[in-house]
Design a protein around this ligand. Structure first.
Ligand SMILES: [Zn+2]
Ligand SMILES: [Zn+2]
Length: 273
């Protein structure tokens, strides 16, 4: 089983624990490596709830992770990453890796989150997309198709995050040709660039979903194209660092994958699943 997680949040963003508490949680879970990927800062106008790291904390975050890397050397390999939102200005590195993510959209001069709550999602569709949820999906995937060039990421974060509140299909039909075309167009735009697409279990541990992102039809297409995956927990708490990794591994295998990328001191390498 994969014993590392590269998608980790702490109190610098919207996580519950300090970086060191996450390290101790990773050791308890039997991890061999842990990567921190705090949210890149968004301006307060785009983040009124304060779920991202604030600009003055970036250096503190960096030095705290690097200090922990020395302290736990030989016990656990630590990596300094960043979850770079497309609406953040690019946060200066060096970073061991970046996860590129879309969490929000602009429409009609407004900005709204796609993963805040089902109520916000419903209201956004009504107010800004004429009641057409697939128009929102098309806007989301159009934006996501540019995530690699906009963020310089190695890992594409939670590819179909906009399905967070849609497991029961109450917003839109994920098997509809129009939805699948929008998602597959983004996948097409991001393919062939040497990117890694994460299988992300974060919405399971937080009780929103029972299955990881992305959906099997996307994973099968990624596999068919020879694209790489990694398994992450998008963990916001020290007790969920390898959450549902067995389920994610099973999903990856069922979609045809035989290996997952892991980060090492020599960079990303494939590890058999
Ligand atoms: Zn995210
Ligand atoms: Zn995240």
């Amino acid at each position: 089983m994969i014993l590392q997680n590269l998608h980790t949040h702490t109190r610098y963003g919207d996580g519950k624990n300090t970086p060191e508490e996450m390290v101790l949680g990773a050791i308890r879970a039997g991890c061999t490596a842990l990567g921190f990927s705090e949210h890149s800062p968004l301006p307060p106008t785009l983040d009124p709830d304060g779920w991202t790291m604030v600009e003055p904390d970036v250096e503190r975050y960096r030095s705290e992770v690097l200090t922990l890397r020395d302290k736990y050397a030989g016990v656990l390999s630590l990596y300094l990453g960043l979850e770079q939102d497309m609406d953040s200005s690019l946060t200066e590195g060096p970073w061991d890796y970046r996860i590129g993510s879309v969490h929000g959209l602009h429409a009609n001069g407004c900005y709204f989150s796609v993963d805040n709550s089902a109520a916000v999602f419903r209201e956004t569709i009504r107010q800004h997309f004429g009641g057409d949820p697939l128009a929102l999906a098309e806007a989301y995937y159009r934006k996501l198709s540019r995530v690699a060039e906009a963020t310089g990421c190695e890992i594409v974060g939670h590819f179909d995050l906009l399905t967070k509140f849609n497991e029961d299909g109450s917003f839109f039909d994920e098997s509809s040709p129009r939805y699948q075309k929008a998602a597959l167009d983004a996948l097409d735009a991001l393919s062939g660039k040497g990117l890694i697409f994460e299988i992300n279990t974060g919405a399971i541990s937080r009780g929103y979903r029972t299955t990881p992102y992305p959906a099997p039809f996307l994973l099968r297409e990624l596999c068919r194209r020879g694209e790489a995956i990694c398994i992450t927990s998008d963990s916001h708490s020290a007790d969920t660092i390898l959450y549902a990794f067995a389920q994610a591994t099973e999903l990856a295998r069922s979609c045809g994958f035989t290996e997952s990328m892991v980060l090492t001191e020599k960079g990303f390498i494939p590890q058999p699943l």
